[in-house]
Design a protein. Sequence first.
Length: 237
Amino acid sequence: MDMEERRKILDMYKDLRVADVRDGMDWCGYHHYGSVHHSIKPLWRTKAVGFARTARYLPYEGPVPRETGEEYTEWSSWYYQNVCRYDWEKDIIEGDFICLDVCELDVGLLGSNNALHYKNKGAVGFLVNGGGIRDTDEVILEKIPVWSKFVSQSMDQARIRYYEKDIPIAVGGVAIYPGDLVVADGDGVIVVPRKMIYDVHKYAYREMKNDKISRRRLYIEGNLPLDDTVDINGLRV
């Protein structure tokens, strides 16, 4: 998929809610597929849509280092160069949604420093099936969209190791393949298989349009101030 098509698809999906996409998947016969388990939640109320860039990490088997102090600093540098690498980082392009299988480990693989670096490179969101995120006050301040199972305090050393990238992974009961479309908001995360992106959009868009028109009418009846969620000016007929 070239960049022009990627941008086209991201524009198609940018206004769709997870609920709309869930409906679109149902209309295409994928009733029991795509919805990441509800235990994986947004760190803060936001939304993101992008193409899955995947990687898998495994538990570190040991041994735990005996070094402390400055010797530990030296060992830690070796660890990041040889054990807990971020090989997928150099491949990030605009519109990537970083999806990391960390085997549900309680490890802060992402933090306010490296996640901001990846965001600056073009990553639109992060999905992790364990802790995976720390420095959360700063991450929220930096407006980095993250969905994870829980928050972690721990660094990576002696806890986790890099295994492979650009492969199918499983997060929250859903198989995620590189290039699948990931849509996330306050309702959680849903994954649209690459081959179904256009078909799902057709019905998801219809559901969104019908909802906006109906809720706009209810807003007016209830004397509520109109907001962006009921803006119908840009809707296609």
